[in-house]
Write a protein that binds this ligand. Structure first.
Ligand code: F6R
Length: 369
């Protein structure tokens, strides 16, 4: 049952370090080589893939958006990500060389199922990333990589999302390995970095008291905005989705670079804006741009809630609230940066008196279109 937690959601948030570790378990051997037993698409076929299309809904779609960065970077194969409900009505271009990745926690989401059926009819190979053994989506796919999050009971997806990300990274790394790219060394490094992620998530969970306190103090607000760049953009979208579904608040995620193309007009005195800041190491240009975005919104009165890597001192002067996450490679940051947003939404919803496990109007598995 809830094992002493006030809700399944809190329990599932707390289970994330284990869920992440379990999803990695047995998939990387001692020499750092990936082996994915459940992927039954022959390497020869994977070497011929010339396009990857990810289809999913909701939170799983956000995992897909992040997957695109990893797949394109490590494999150099073009990758599109599309909402399953849009994909099948668009006459998408697919053939035998297209790999479709269908991501679904439940394995029963009707839109995702219809999208994969459509893809297979066009001759594409379908790889499912799924959390539910023997469910319809993996049964109808050519291959499956199961996430090992364990049963997710709360309607809002938390631990399943983190394990979907892990699975997406594994698929990207595996494709890179099978095809051999110039990123061979980087792939070996990332495999090593992934093994430290469970501990990093645990560390984040241990520092969430100030986030909960902040969430309670914002319970009376009407709107919260979320900004990010690169993989931080889908994290912002996910933070906003969690807040909508749990707290029934107006919440929106934006690419920080889009601010000046419209959303900055929304900024007013004391509006809470959560900003996901990429690592200052690595792609530092991204980091510097977002620091100036934070300055821009703060100058217009925003209350800035900044999620930044430990040791990133450049953002500190502009953060009204600073949430630290452990340093990770840029592409893996969503695994740690999402966690505070889950805790934030859960606590804020509870402070508003909402039932977090069973938000109004929502069902855990959407088996109608
Ligand atoms: C959000 C949420 C939903 C699901 C979506 C897809 O917290 O839970 O957005 O992510 O309905 O569900 P699955 O992954 O079961 O296909």
């Amino acid at each position: 049952e809830k094992a002493g937690y006030a809700s399944f959601m809190l329990k599932e948030i707390a289970e994330q370090p284990k869920a992440v570790a379990d999803t990695l378990l047995g998939r990387i051997d001692g020499s750092g080589t990936l082996s994915l037993d459940e992927v039954r698409i022959p390497p020869g076929v994977l070497r011929e893939v010339d396009k990857v299309v990810v289809v999913a809904c909701g939170t799983a779609f956000h995992a897909g958006l992040i997957a695109k960065y990893a797949i394109e970077h490590w494999t150099r194969i073009p990758c599109e990500v599309e909402l399953a409900s849009e994909f099948r009505y668009r006459d998408p271009i697919l053939d035998q060389q297209t790999l479709v990745v269908a991501i679904s926690q439940s394995g029963e989401t009707m839109d995702t199922l219809m999208a994969l059926r459509h893809a297979r009819e066009q001759g594409a190979r379908v790889l499912a990333i799924c959390n539910t053994n023997g469910s319809t989506i993996p049964r109808e796919s050519d291959a499956v990589l199961y996430t090992h999050a364990g049963p997710e009971v709360a309607v809002a997806s938390t631990k399943a999302f983190l394990t979907q990300l892990v699975a997406c990274y594994l698929v990207a790394l595996y494709l890179g390995q099978v095809r051999g790219t110039k990123y061979g060394d980087e792939i070996r490094d990332v495999v090593r970095d992934l093994s430290g992620i469970s501990g990093a998530v645990e560390q984040v969970l241990g520092t969430m008291d100030p986030v909960r306190e902040l969430a309670r103090s914002l319970a009376h607000k009407n709107t919260v905005l979320f900004l990010g760049r690169h993989v931080g953009h889908p994290v912002a979208l996910e933070g906003a989705l969690k807040l909508k579904e749990l707290a029934y608040m107006h919440a929106e995620g934006f690419a920080a670079g889009e601010l000046k193309h419209g959303p900055i007009a929304l900024i007013e005195e004391d509006l809470p804006v959560v900003v996901v800041v990429p690592s200052p190491r690595g792609r530092s240009v991204l980091h510097d741009k977002i620091v100036s975005n934070i300055q821009e919104i703060r100058a217009r009165g925003a209350r800035t809630i900044v999620i930044a890597e430990e040791g990133d001192e450049a953002v500190a002067p502009y953060a009204d609230h600073l949430v630290r996450v452990p340093a990770t490679p840029t592409l893996l940051q969503p695994l740690v940066a999402t966690v505070p947003l889950q805790v934030f939404a859960c606590e804020l919803a509870t402070a508003r008196g909402n039932e977090v496990d069973q938000p109004r109007n929502l069902a855990k598995s959407v088996t109608v279109e």
